[in-house]
Design a protein around this ligand. Structure first.
Ligand SMILES: [Zn+2]
Length: 141
């Protein structure tokens, strides 16, 4: 199943000229205090395997693939930045206590992952100023 899911995700990314971002899974148990129902999903071997399939298939297809810091992606408001446990009244819902932004919790967390990946990508692909070479200032007649 992970083969076909990852194949489909990479295929859509390639076709639409997008990249793929996932949350770093190895760190998630250390940095984020998860409820019992989340621990099982995120630390499970199938979920880890899905990440590995995605990484491999994305690289093979030359699709950008990023792993981002998972801290507070489910509690942070992507509009105003307010972060808090209270932004998640239920497991399925997100509702920002400061600005009122509301939506399905999975979608909001996904937006946070996307935003982190965009920042990381912009930084990673920033053009490096090339050092002036010896002949650059020469005036050719
Ligand atoms: Zn907000």
């Amino acid at each position: 199943m992970n083969h076909s899911i990852s194949k489909e995700i990479v295929s859509v990314a390639q076709r639409t000229g997008r990249g793929i971002a996932i949350e770093e899974l190895d760190g998630i148990r250390d940095r984020v205090r998860l409820r019992r129902d989340q621990r099982g999903t995120l630390s499970s071997w199938p979920f880890h395997q899905l990440g590995q399939h995605l990484a491999y298939k994305a690289r093979r297809a030359a699709v950008p693939f990023l792993v981002v810091d998972p801290a507070f992606t489910s509690q942070r408001c992507p509009r105003c930045g307010h972060t808090g446990r209270a932004n998640r009244p239920t497991r399925e819902q997100f509702r920002c206590r400061r600005c009122g932004l509301a939506g399905p919790a999975d979608v909001v967390a996904g937006v946070n992952v996307r935003n982190r990946a965009r920042s990381a990508w912009a930084f990673a692909t920033m053009p490096v100023p090339s050092p002036a070479k010896a002949g650059d200032e020469r005036c050719d007649p």
